[in-house]
Design a protein around this ligand. Structure first.
Ligand code: GDP
Ligand code: MG
Length: 710
């Protein structure tokens, strides 16, 4: 006997704990966050128990079956078009009446539905007691209490799913009635709809009739499949008009009032507030954090502290890794004969991949702090706090999710824009997201800031991040006044309560993102490093004794008391660089260098910029190879930094221009593919040209103006 497989959709309001429940059931580790709009695409997973398989589908949050944003459309279309066997409506028990609104619509749709009374722990802490038996009986919907974060109630939920599917539940079919006037119109509509048997099989007549009276655009679109669509449409429009007049308000409002009235009645009977807590932790904190005058400065302070902390702590493990890679290359240099193979290992692989891997601790910390902010519930507050300011620039409070996530990685950040209801707000948000400095750009900033601004390295990096934010605001303002005219839609979102982050969840996501970074280092960056090593090593160039002598002379000129060893080290590095200059990479670099000259970049920076088109991480690894730092026996192990700092072609101004250039130019292929998927080729093309031009112009301006001033 093949296993029976039940398709179960997890649906419900945003932030009610659907993904947490999904993870608890399937053992998956999908992204959870304490703000609405974390899941923007449906997620699937399979689990089995007894002889049964459960195919679970975690959907983005919705408030009703009328959808506005793309994530909501994903959820609605799944439920309407793919008809799951059972819907588990995950309900936030602390906010039951509003959550049940959606539940009733599922019931009306005729799909078997179970209510998971989730977050009962929070409800109990608030002194709310729910009698799930009474609630089930009065609504005709089975209810199960759960605490998904602790896995409480999972077996009971599965038992209930089995029972409902096997017909073991004594269901009392309840339906909400909307009052005489509406019911009579519904009846007329239902009669007309029932004329097309095939259609009614797909969409229950009563459900569609209600939706038509609610003037739901999607319902009208679906009606087109009906053989008598025109007639029904005319009838429905007439009826809605009549109801509008009769009640003196819109028919859809009357319908929703009836639903809320019905829910209120049912909840009254099964709901008990034992004691009203006189102190709310969330309210107390919000009085400070969300204070009208403090909210924005606090937001700025929190972001600044986040980066300072990342750099301050990250410096140590980063140093250890650098020492380790330095030790590794010394070991190879001392034990292996001087062959091309040794150079490939030391200069190509350790210099390239090792250079990128050294930044893992920083990436870990950055993702860790961002994850905590998300889980605690600060993201939603940040969106609120900055909403007014963002409106000035034609952005939307919700854009903050994308912008903050963009500090980690552009790909999920761009996806997060799906929760925006207005297409224009969404396009603008996607287009500015790559200006947020992502984790892959961080190594470039760090290396250049540490080499050229040793006193203020962390602040320089933060300044670069801030430049990205300011540029994004200006870009939004420009777009809003040109290609994407129109006002941003008002911002409505509920603030979730503060919650302690689940350690497991945070660690898992940090690990997942870090692993992706490491994997990239092991694949893309490794292959690019090998290619770069090849084009920098061939054709092989023999440095002549005269040239070596010249290097030694230059070095002694500026360091008259240098010992022999230091001179030899300098000569070796300079000879290596001279050889690179005569290689294919050098030829190519010199060929393209004129384009980069207005920005002050020499052929090495030009080469790194071009190779960095695929992914920003390879900028640092390429520079590492170009400077031949892998073979430099540097005790300090900050090889690339000191090589850059002593390069006569470089100075702090060029370094800053290069940091800005890296920040702004088009993001990696993965991010570009996401933009293409979200907005299409046309906007992708626009974005590419726009970012390339902006990056070039900005770096040129900084360098040229800086030269004038200096
Ligand atoms: P979704 O938007 O419905 O997918 O919600 P998530 O699964 O992302 O969870 C939203 C937040 O609620 C997260 O911070 C979870 O840790 C938290 N959460 C989920 N279920 C429970 C629960 O039963 N009790 C408590 N206290 N928190 C929960
Ligand atoms: Mg979710």
């Amino acid at each position: 006997m093949s296993k029976e497989r039940l398709r179960i959709a997890l649906a419900g309001n945003p932030n009610s704990g659907k993904t947490t429940l999904f993870n608890a059931l399937t053992g998956a580790h999908h992204k959870v966050g304490n703000y609405p709009g974390v899941t923007v695409e449906k997620l699937e997973g399979v689990m089995s128990r007894g002889g049964r398989q459960y195919h679970l589908i975690d959907l983005p949050g919705i408030y009703s079956l009328t959808a506005y944003s793309i994530d909501e459309v994903v959820a609605r279309d799944f439920i309407l078009d793919e008809k799951p066997d059972i819907i588990v409506d995950v309900l936030d028990s602390t906010n039951l009446e509003r959550n049940l609104y959606l539940c009733l619509q599922f019931q009306e749709l005729g799909v078997p539905v179970i209510g998971a009374l989730n977050m009962t722990d929070e409800a109990e802490a608030k002194g709310i007691k729910i009698n799930e038996k009474t609630l089930s009986a009065s609504l005709g919907i089975p209810m199960v209490k759960t605490v998904s974060t602790k896995g409480v109630g999972m077996d009971a939920l599965l038992d209930c799913i089995d029972a409902l599917h096997d017909g073991d539940l004594q269901e009392t079919a309840h339906t909400i009635t909307y009052g005489m006037e509406i019911e009579s119109k519904l009846e007329g509509l239902q009669q007309l709809i029932s004329a097309d048997a095939a259609f009614v099989k797909k969409y229950p007549g009563r459900w569609l009739a209600v939706k038509l009276l609610e003037k739901d655009a999607d319902a009208y679109a679906r009606l087109k499949e009906h053989t008598r669509a025109r007639e029904i449409e005319a009838f429905a429009k007439d009826a809605a008009l009549w109801l509008d007049k009769h009640f003196g308000k819109d028919a859809e409002i009357v319908v929703s009032e009836q639903r809320y009235g019905y829910i209120h009645g049912a909840v009254q009977e099964s709901f008990q507030i034992i004691k009203k807590p006189n102190f709310s932790f969330t309210e107390a904190i919000d009085r400070i954090i969300m204070n009208r005058f403090l909210a924005l400065p606090l937001f700025a302070l929190i972001m600044w502290a986040l980066f300072q902390l990342t750099f301050a702590i990250g410096e140590y493990p980063m140093g250890w890794l650098e020492t380790f890679f330095g030790f590794l290359s010394d070991l190879l240099l001392n034990t292996m004969p001087d062959t091309f193979f040794r150079s490939l290992l030391v200069d190509g692989i350790i210099g390239g991949v090792g250079g990128v891997l050294s930044f893992v601790p920083l990436i870990v910390l950055l993702f860790f702090f961002l994850s905590i902010l998300e889980d605690v519930g600060y993201m939603a507050r940040a969106a609120f706090a900055t909403d007014k300011l963002l409106h000035v620039f034609g952005l939307h409070g919700q854009s903050v999710f994308s912008m903050l996530l963009g500090f980690g990685c552009s790909v999920p950040a761009i996806m997060a824009s799906r929760t925006l209801k207005s297409q224009r707000d969404r396009i603008i948000t996607v287009l500015i997201t790559p200006l947020m400095s992502c984790g892959a750009k961080l190594p470039v900033h760090i290396v250049f800031a540490a080499a050229f601004f040793p006193e203020n390295a962390a602040n320089m990096v933060i300044l670069t991040y801030a430049c990205g934010v300011v540029l994004s605001l200006i870009a939004a303002l420009v777009l809003r006044n040109t290609a994407l005219r129109g006002d941003p839609t008002p911002f409505v979102m509920e603030l979730p309560p503060y919650r302690a982050p689940t350690i497991q969840g945070v660690l898992w996501h940090v690990w997942e993102k870090t692993w992706r970074y490491i994997k990239k280092a092991g694949t893309v960056i490794l292959s690019v490093s090998i290619v770069v090593w090849i084009i920098t090593s061939f054709p092989a160039y023999e440095v002549s004794p005269e040239e070596e002598g010249a290097f030694a002379a230059t070095y002694l000129e500026s360091n008259p008391d240098a010992d022999e060893e230091a001179v030899a080290a300098y000569v070796e590095v300079s000879s290596g660089q001279l050889a690179v200059e005569h290689s294919f990479a050098g030829l190519m670099g010199h060929f393209v260098a004129p384009i980069f000259k207005p920005m002050g970049f020499d052929w090495k920076l030009a080469t790194a910029s071009i190779i960095g088109i695929a992914a920003k991480e390879v900028v640092v690894s390429t520079l590492g190879i170009l400077y031949r730092v892998g073979s430099e026996e540097d005790e300090e192990s900050e090889a690339l930094r000191s090589a850059l700092a002593t390069d006569s072609h470089m100075n702090p101004l060029i370094a800053f221009a290069f940091m800005l250039f890296t920040l702004v130019v088009p993001p990696c292929f993965a991010a570009l593919a996401t933009i293409k998927a979200e907005l299409g080729w046309k906007w992708l093309g626009f974005e590419y040209v726009f970012l390339l031009a902006l990056g070039g112009i900005l770096a040129t301006l900084v360098y040229q103006v800086g030269m004038l001033v200096a």
